[in-house]
Design a protein around this ligand. Structure first.
Ligand code: NOJ
Ligand code: CA
Length: 699
């Protein structure tokens, strides 16, 4: 990995305000390198640290206070004075080993404000701010200090004071589930009552949202609040005070211990982040979240290759066969795996995921005691793991291991070493993990500190055994993939599977146009696209429930291979359902690893148009999707290399396509002689979409 450090400048303002006790301290500020974003730091009348943010001269976050509610000691926040203010600037370019772009510019100004309580117990706290051109980050830093060895945080009291009743795209803060519908309301109308995850016993605090959530001000400024580098800490959700348009951090707690975070001092919290842009697409192109993470600790990632994959998976969700061996409908057989390997080899797909291969599936979902049940090294009798791996190697198709832990974390911690060692011996390079059901030990939640640490241990073990992790029911993505590039993707969204069996119907038509500007700002997503069969209702019985229909067209589906950022993309449907559909050709052609990404157009919740250039080639791919409103979109090809001529193949909606009445209607068309001065006009049906492959003429 390449690190080019360009500039490091430090200015130390020592003790400047230390005599300024009593009364508010005037703001001290930091601007972004392009000077459009400004952070003001101040102390309130009560000596409490606070900040405000402006963009192009207008306040976008009004005075917001900072602090902590602690156990066994007074709250931390009021009665502080500034000791020092330290300002520096930093710039580097680093390289993503895989991902949505190759080179990332990391250019920011930093301000560290050192604070101390003026009265006993005279605790010290530093607040570190970073201002980038695409947003800001700040974190709390607890320095080593006498009398403060351990901190038990009941809650963090970070405010985000909004300046108006913005339109907001948000996801309820279920402490166990990150797989809910998104909502599009004003801040004053956020209401999470009763909005729990399907498949979860999780706790949903009243009127709290999970991050990232995105807002648009009446001046057309886009803001997205999230966190970066969530390490040894609890996930941050945001409680909403609808009357005062105020969000306050609400950390996921442990019911087992009655607190949110326990840490030895010194330590630093994750970054609290605010992405800021006046073009919605700039949120997608922003690198703020990864830049606020540490450089990679894995020297060589060449063992992981981005790929497309199929699976013995969707058939279980459609109710055609089962994960469990008992009952005579077992899906994961040697024979079925080989058939799928043959299909992938023929079509050029790199891997297959096999769920239900190992013993334990007779006692997973719904069983209160799940520790010691799943075995991650022992296959069922009708699945010859070694033979499947051997056959795959012969055909050039890899195996993606599957570890459903059923959230029995201690068993997985115990068995992981042998499971990963076995994978390394077999040459299996990635695993999809799963954490269905309430966490064991009881009282812990998927998004609390205990689980944040568990998921990190899995990544660390993966780094040791050259195993890449794609977690389902994960902790949200906060850019850890920069430090651990074996964190290749995670589901952690209301994924494709909800289209099969969710009690409240399939995903909304506006789901992915919203996810593109919210969840996907965190990092890669394994949505498992590629459902060719769109009307599932009369098809079969998924989990004994009535199946749903997909609320989008097949044109929308195909565009997801470009819209969704992930180095692994599934083709979830069965070869039998795909048949000779002409859209299969696009999935065969489309890249999974990118030189560069351009978010050309879009509005959260409405539509999005993204273009990506495949790494190491001249090929470009475009994906456009819309919500329930059909619309015409103009794709300006000004991203193409000047002087070069391209041919386009367009896979889109047919004239009569409609997500409700005619989701299968499609059209394939060709356009030639295209240059960087050309424009392609797309007509997207209601719930529709289109994908374009742009290949240099002559290739
Ligand atoms: C639940 C997940 O939602 C699903 O995708 C997966 O197939 C099963 N767990 C088994 O791991
Ligand atoms: Ca909409």
């Amino acid at each position: 990995m390449r690190h080019i450090k360009l500039l490091l400048l430090t200015l130390l303002v020592c003790g400047f305000w230390s005599c300024n006790q009593g009364g508010a301290v005037p703001p001290t500020s930091l601007t972004s390198p392009n000077e459009q974003i400004k952070i003001d730091f101040l102390l309130t009348e009560e000596g409490q640290p606070a900040y405000a943010v402006s963009f192009k001269g207008k306040t976008v976050v009004d005075t917001s206070t900072l602090g902590f509610d602690l156990r066994d000691m007074p709250a931390l926040g009021k009665g502080m004075e500034i000791q020092t203010v330290d300002v520096s600037q930093f710039s580097e370019t680093w390289e993503m080993p895989w991902g949505e772009q190759r080179e990332v510019i990391n250019n920011y100004k930093q301000m560290t404000v050192s604070l101390k309580e003026t009265a006993a117990p005279n605790r010290m706290l530093n607040i570190i701010f970073k201002a980038y051109d695409d947003g800001i980050g700040f974190r709390y830093d607890f320095p080593a200090q006498a009398g403060l060895d351990t901190l038990i945080i009941m809650d963090e009291l970070t405010q985000f004071q909004m300046t108006g009743d913005h339109r907001t795209w948000w996801h309820p803060a279920d402490w166990d589930c990150y797989e809910l519908q998104y909502y599009d309301t004003k801040i004053s109308e956020i209401d999470t009552t009763g909005k729990k995850g399907d498949n979860t016993a999780g706790f949903t605090p009243e009127h709290a949202v999970n991050t990232p959530f995105t807002m648009k001000t009446s001046d057309g400024v886009y803001l997205s609040i999230h966190e970066a580098n969530l390490t040894d800490y609890a996930g941050m959700t945001a409680k909403v005070d609808t009357a005062n348009l105020l969000f306050t951090s609400d950390l996921v707690a442990s019911r087992r211990y009655g607190w949110s975070v326990k840490r030895a001092v010194p330590f630093q919290t994750p970054w609290r982040t605010i992405q800021i842009a006046d073009r919605a697409g700039d949120l997608i192109e922003s690198n703020l979240i990864v830049n606020l993470n540490e450089p990679s600790v894995i020297e060589d990632m060449s063992w992981f290759e981005p790929t497309k994959y199929m699976g013995i998976w969707w058939e279980m969700h459609l109710g055609l066969n089962t994960w469990k061996y008992e009952g005579g409908q077992h899906g994961a057989t040697t024979e079925r795996a080989k058939t799928l390997i043959d299909y992938c080899a023929e079509k050029g797909f790199g891997a297959i995921l096999v769920e239900g291969w190992n013993t334990g599936w007779e006692r997973w979902i719904g069983f209160p005691d799940r520790e010691g049940v799943f075995d991650f090294v022992t296959p069922y009798p009708d699945y010859d793991l070694k033979e499947v791996v051997r056959y795959g190697k012969e055909k050039g198709v890899g195996i993606i291991m599957h570890h459903e832990t059923s959230a029995a974390t201690q068993t997985y911690d115990k068995m992981r070493d042998s499971a990963f060692r076995m994978m390394q011996e077999l040459g299996i390079r990635s695993v999809k993990t799963g954490y269905v059901g309430p966490i064991q030990p009881e009282g812990e939640y998927h998004h609390g500190q205990y689980m944040v640490n568990h998921y990190r241990r899995v990544l660390k073990d993966g780094a040791k055994y050259q195993v890449a992790i794609n977690a389902h029911e994960p902790i949200k993505a906060t850019g850890i993939r920069r430090t651990y590039p074996n964190a290749i993707a995670r589901e952690g969204v209301r994924g494709q599977e909800f289209n099969a069996w969710a009690n409240d119907g399939g995903n909304k038509t506006s789901h992915l146009p919203t996810v593109a500007f919210t969840r996907l700002l965190g990092g890669p997503l394994d949505y498992t696209p590629g459902a060719f069969l769109r009307k599932l209702e009369d098809f079969g019985k998924g989990h004994g429930r009535k199946l749903n229909d997909l609320n989008t067209t097949i044109g929308h589906e195909i565009a997801l291979y470009v819209v969704i950022n992930s180095p692994i993309q599934m083709i979830c449907d069965l070869p039998e359902h795909i048949g000779n559909h002409p859209f299969l050709e696009f999935i065969q052609d489309v890249g999974v690893n990118w030189e560069t990404t351009k978010a050309l157009d879009g509005e959260p919740g409405d539509y999005v148009v993204i273009a990506r250039n495949e790494r190491g080639t001249d090929k470009w791919f475009v994906g456009a999707i819309t919500d329930e409103t059909g619309r015409d979109v103009e794709v300006k090809l000004d991203f193409l290399e000047p002087g070069k001529t391209y041919n386009a193949k367009i896979y889109g909606d047919g004239d009569n396509a409609h997500y409700e009445t005619n989701p299968d209607d499609y059209e394939v068309s060709l356009q030639g002689d295209l240059t960087n001065e050309s424009t392609i006009k797309l007509t997207l049906a209601p719930g529709g979409g289109a994908a374009i492959s742009l290949l240099p003429a002559g290739e």
